[in-house]
Ligand binder design. Structure first.
Ligand code: SF4
Length: 332
């Protein structure tokens, strides 16, 4: 499969009065053409910071991409100058945020907002831009688009506003769409409609989607592959089937155990006790040690190697690594 994006050994930090927060610590993943890759994990695990780094939206200062590369069409986005990055944003890589109301300007009609996006990135006339805007509104399921183009954001419901934000993100036919918690602010029925819309749009346009979420229900519905992040690192990754039916990292298992399941009777939800480590001074060993029921001595001393379980499935956990005992002997 063709790779559209390659993130390699990405490190992102933030300078604060209390010290340096190491928010993303060596993240590596690929995105293939036409797939949906879900990045999951609890708040503060680094999933949104990783996504914003791809768009180069990390404010510097206080944030900084300290190390690593983000390859898109042979370009390293970490080294691209800001004017070129402005052209890439929206045209090649687009982003959808959680709350559609904050993504839309309340004082400008949605038609103007979409047309402006087209005119900024494409050499077309205003009439052609309007035609594209109408086609996009139609694609995302806004009824009567000719009339609705004149309306303002407050004249739409929450679900409709999110559809408009999706239309704006896709209007220049980007190759990559990053959706950061796109359904969190919506109720469940609208959430299901928006997820169906993602699948429909992907089958029509072939766009590759990075879906950032903490909601495993959303992941189960739309993801092809899943990356699980914890304390700024990818601790497990695999196909949707591998992550849901054969999770190997205790944190991934904990996430799955804390989600209600309708297919099993009388299951008790088991929360993950404790809290994530302080990223001012992240532990040298496995960051999940303090919360892990299977933690061994080696876990606290050294970060586990990556164990490959299949072509897609890999996990960073000493439980999967037969070198754990040898490693402990060597660092004692
Ligand atoms: Fe638990 Fe150790 Fe595996 Fe970390 S490396 S998840 S502490 S068993």
């Amino acid at each position: 499969m063709e790779k559209v994006l390659e993130v390699k050994n990405l490190h992102v930090s933030f300078k604060t009065y209390g010290g340096e927060v190491k928010a993303v610590r060596g993240v590596t993943f690929d995105l293939y053409k036409g797939e949906t890759l879900a990045i999951v994990g609890e708040s503060g695990c680094g999933k949104s910071v990783s996504a914003q780094s791809i768009m180069r939206l990390i404010p510097n200062p206080p944030g900084k991409i300290k190390h690593g590369s983000i390859l898109f069409k042979g370009m390293d986005l970490t080294a691209v100058k800001e004017p070129q990055m402005r052209n890439i944003r929206g045209a090649d890589i687009s982003m959808i945020f959680q709350d559609p109301m904050t993504a839309l300007n309340p004082t400008i009609s949605i038609g103007e907002q979409i047309i402006e996006g087209v005119l900024q990135h494409k050499q077309v006339t205003r009439q052609e831009a309007k035609k594209t805007a109408l086609e996009m509104l139609d694609l995302v399921g806004i009824p009567n688009p000719v009339e609705r183009l004149k309306h303002y954001p407050h004249q739409f419901s929450g679900g409709m506003r999110q559809r408009i934000v999706i239309a704006m993100a896709l209007v220049c036919q980007p190759e990559v769409l990053i959706a950061d918690e796109p359904t969190t602010a919506l109720d469940v029925t609208i959430q299901a409609q928006i997820l169906d819309l993602f699948k429909e749009i992907q089958s029509k346009t072939g766009v590759s989607i990075i879906l950032i979420t903490h909601d495993l229900g959303v992941v189960a519905q739309v993801a092809d592959r899943v990356v699980v992040m914890y304390a700024g690192k990818i601790v497990e990754a695999g196909s949707r089937r591998e992550i849901f039916y054969n999770p190997q990292h205790p944190y991934t298992k904990g996430l799955l155990n804390s989600v209600p399941r309708l297919d099993i009777e009388e299951t008790e939800l088991v929360p993950i006790g404790g809290s994530p480590p302080d990223l001012f001074s992240p532990p040298t060993g496995c960051p999940f040690t303090a919360r892990c029921a299977y933690a061994m001595e080696v876990c606290d001393r050294k970060y586990p190697f990556k164990t490959r379980l299949s072509q897609e499935h890999h996990v960073d956990c000493w439980l999967q690594d037969e070198r754990a005992i040898k490693m402990l002997a060597s660092i004692k």
